[in-house]
Every structure is written in C-alpha cells, then in structure tokens.
Design a protein around this ligand. Sequence first.
Ligand code: AMP
Ligand code: MG
Length: 653
Amino acid sequence: MDSRMTKTPLQKNHDNVDQDQFLTILTREDALARFEAALFPRPVPSEQRSLGDALGCALAEDIVAPIDVPPFDRSNVDGFAVRSADLALAGEAAPVRMMLNDEVIACGTQPVRPVLSGTATSIATGGPVPRGADAIVMVEHTQPAGFRAIEIRRAASPGQYVSYAGSDISRGEALLRAGTMIGSREIGMLAACGIAQVSVARRPCVAILSTGDELVQPGASLRPAAIFDTNGAIVTAAITENGGEAAFLGAVPDDEQQLEAAMRQALQTSDMLVLSGGTSKGAGDVSHRIIARLGKPGIIAHGVALKPGKPLCLAVCDGKPVVILPGFPTSAMFTFHDMIVPMLRRMAGLPPRSDARVTAKIPVRIASEIGRTEFVMVSLVEGSDGLIAYPTGKGSGAITSFAQADGFLRIDALADQMPAGAEAEVTLFTPHVRVPDLVIVGSHCTGLDLVTAQLSHAGLSVRSIAVGSLGGLAAAKRGECDFAPIHLFDEQTERYNAPFLSPGLELVPGWRRMQGIVFRKGNTRFEGLSAEAAVRAALADPACIMVNRNQGAGTRILIDRLLGEARPDGYWNQPRSHNAVAAAVAQHRADWGMTIAPVAHASGLGFIPFAEEHYDFALVTARKQRPAVQAFLEALASDKSREALAQAGFRPA
Ligand code: AMP
Ligand code: MG
C-alpha cells in the first residue's frame, strides 16, 4: 500500500463525488508539493513606492548604486589638507612649517585652490579634499606659526583621515537584492544614493475570516459557552509580519449560505483567503464544502498527516489560494507558520524566513506518533552550551501554552520519538530569540506572578514553565532552570518539600496556600460546616456532584484523605488545575471540589479552609549567584511581595 495515502473510514458522509480528496490524508510533504504546483510559478506584481512609504516592503528588483558614496574624497576630521610627502621628515624635534592657502573648505564648499608643496588648506570634517592634497592633519596636531602659517611635528601617512569616493558604496555595485525586506538600514542606503522611489513587491491582499457560532470578538462580552475569536487576531498579525496586507473580516457563523456569501465577497477584493475552523467533520463544519464551488481547481488537500492540524484544507480557486486552518489556535498557528507562511512570503516577493529559525537541544525525550508530522511547542532557555528547547503544552489545544512558547519544532512523520539530547530546528513565532534572565520550571501559582512582577519592572525577563512539581524538580536536577517551585507532601515524614531535595538543590521558603472546599455561595448544604462535615454532607446526597483533581496533584492527596473509600459522582472528573476546579463549580457542572483560597475567592465562590500547603522553591545552588536569581530572592523577601501575597490570600513563609 502506498503509505502516503490512507483511507479514513470516518470521511464518507459526503455525497458530493467531486470532492474525492476528502477521502485521503496526504503527508505534509505531499500536501505542500501539490499546493506549490497549483500556485507557482506566478509573477510577483510590483509597484513604485516612495522611500518614506517603503518600510517593510520587499524590493522587487536588484538595485545598483547609481553614484559613489561618498561622492568625493572627504575629510574625516577638522584639520588641514596637505601633501604627505611634505611631512616625511617631520617629528617632535623637526617641525615643518606650512603656508596656509587662502581658502577654508567648509562642508558643502567646493575647493578652488590646489594644495601645492609646502602649503596646507584648512578643511572641516566632511569637506572635499582639494586637488594636490593626499592626507589630512588633525587640527590638534598643528600649531599656529605666525601669519598664515602652521607648524606640524609629526609625519602624515598618505590617505590619512580621508574617506575616498565610493569607499562606502561604489557606483555600479549591487546595493540591494530583490527580495530584501526594506528596514531603516536599507532606507538609509537608498537615501545615501539619492534614490527616492523604489519598485517593491505589491503586498498580497489577504482576507481573513473566522468561522464558528461560538466566536465573540475581543471587546464584546462573552456569553455562556462562547469563546473569544483568537485565530482572527493571530492570523491577521502573522500575515502582516510576513509581507501580506491583511484584512480581517470578522467571524461568520457556521451557516453555509452566510459563509459562502462572505467567502465570495472576500475573494473579490483579495489575492488570498485564510479561514479558520469548520474544517473537521463536526456538525456545522461547512467551509470546505463551499470551496468546491468557488473556482478551479478547488481543494488540493483536505486532511494532512499532521499532529495537531490534521483538518488543514488547502485550495486554489481561480488562481487564488484559499486556506482553511484548523480551529484550535495552536493547530492554526503550527500549520500557518509551517505551511502557509513560506507560500505567502513567496507571493509577497520575500525570501524564506531564515531569521525565524534556531537550533536548540531537546532536554527530554519526546514521544511521537508514527505516520504524522508532529508539531511541538517549545520554550527556549539558555543552557551551558547553547539553547535548550523545552516542550510545553504538548498535545494541548489551548492558547495558554503560547504564552510560554517561543516557537515550535517538527518531528518527522517516520520518527516515533525525538531522543533527549537531540538537536532540533525551532521555528520561532517572532524573529527574535528571547532568552530569559530567570527560568522557573515547576508548579505554577498565581502568587509567583506577584513576586516576578518586581523583576519585570526592573527590566529582567522571567520565563515560567508550568510542568508540575515533579517535572520542575527533574529540570532543576538537570540544571535547566534557576529554581523549581514545588508543593510536594511526603506522607512518611509528613513534611512538605524538603524531603524531595537532592544534592545540588536547596530549599527557599515561599508561601502557604490554604486548600479547602469550594462551593457556590448560598448552597446551604455546605454553609457553615467544617471540611469534613461538608464532605459528609455531600456524600449523603447522591445528586451532589464533585470535581476531583488529577493523580499526583498535592490537592488530590487531600481530597482522597477526606473521601476515604467513597467514590461519589464526579470523582472521575479530574482536571489539572485549581482554576478548572473553580470553573466547574461556578458553572454548575459540579457542586464542590477542592482548590486554593485565592482561586476560590477570585471566582466568587464559598470556601471552607482545610489544610495549608507549602509552596516553596528548590533552588539550583550552582545558579544562586546569578544576578537574576539574587533579584528574585530579594523580591521574594521584600515587603512589597509579602503584602501583595497576603492581599491575594497567600501566607508568606
Ligand atoms: P472547528 O475546527 O471549527 O471544529 O474548531 C475546533 C476548535 O477550535 C473548537 O473548540 C473551536 O471553538 C475552536 N476555534 C475555532 N475557531 C476559533 C477561533 N477563531 N478562535 C479560537 N478558537 C477557535
Ligand atoms: Mg467551528
């Protein structure tokens, strides 16, 4: 069987026989090759722009320098233009007297008198070197010597303090190449040559549409079960970053007619259309069906062996690319950066984005599914010998992992893993590596942000990577972070954190977090009870639903202690964060759970205190003297942090 095409039995619900591409999953490479073949070659349209308007555009043609810069031999200093041979024998004990020519060459003054042997002409920085002169003597190295004469006590080498015509840019040289993105440097080069107009690639107009009944634009209020439209904003920005003229047209509901009208309208006014969402096989996923009606050849690839990003749909309608990105923002970003950006840049006359790729080492083994090209979000930190790419939020559809990520790496479809220590190419979301001053890897706590805020205000960048307490400890042992925030309870010693440290790590006390039962205020079942009594009350009512925590969470240990052998309804609902527990209770999906007091209060929930948990820091001793670590320790101990922590409901240690 051809491994590049696999039938998927799920995809048979389409009665339209023209759309047989739906039945196949292409490899990433195949999808790219077909998309490219359908789009290129194509001319890159160009337009004339004035220099002031050309910033960020790509040059459409090579530019040859029309003049020399500087255009004449130019003095670099204030002083005197001389013939160097006259000064060959000059020295401390052998001053040479020179007669001054009756001329002062200021900037912008064309000299008229030649410098003859035995004479010098006063010249300013930027003045043209006069005929006969071959060197400049600095005014500081001369002395007045009577009427219209100076004395010089040192030799001058030929060419001294002279910038020759064309030494910066020489006429006829290739100044800038087609495809160069015009920045302030390029504008300076063009201005120096007197070029006021340049031919630049016309930015392709790219229309962006989001699809989904659930989408609300940022700024509007979020109704229940709705989410903010993230893709619209990200894709619009990423298109602008990559040479496109982006026009965001809003979000369209999952309605075939409305969407078709919006897509047709968008294509009329643009060179390319990027949609997101609605490309899976879910109810209401309609956008891909419309494409087939929009122009030839239509769908090129729908379903690509990517993880995540399988529902990606690539199409060309009457010469215009139409792309439907997967709905999940992370999937949309991976596929957009990996597969759409190179094509967009080509249409925009830009070279491939080499500035947005770095090589970094992988600290942990990353398992991968064979048969699909896998994208893994990474966060970059500085290791002892180069960059380290820390996988974050793997497999997650959440935008939150973005916050920590600098970019992503790609694991080949045929690889079942990327081994620890492997070097990987990372595609950056922004073309700058932001290596943080302070790296925190471990369990995240909102209290941490209150402390690190002080560092950020002092100009230190902080990267906090949430991998849980145990993951943080492992990273600290490998020396990949400055410290690991942990809250681990040792049942044997009944102590927090200290028993988990290994040599090379030391404990810095952080703060205490009160764990307790959350419930909706006004729920009389719980009001006024102790935690033990509240759980008894909950267990007594079969209609009462709980929300649990994941195995391994410190909070889970406390819940299990309260529950004993009981397994009430909701026990298997095991989210991984304090916030998810509060959200479940606030949204009536559960009636009680356990979370920390600050989270309960922030959600406006009732709270019954149960046990205090110690949130401390495992500091890598070898990194203790780093300025950012010292700054953190100071911030932690400061009154300001302690007050902010107490205010938020924590108890500083
Ligand atoms: P879909 O491909 O439309 O089935 O969407 C897959 C997931 O992505 C769903 O959870 C959608 O709510 C979400 N999603 C789709 N479009 C967007 C968007 N523009 N912004 C944020 N999330 C989205
Ligand atoms: Mg949708």
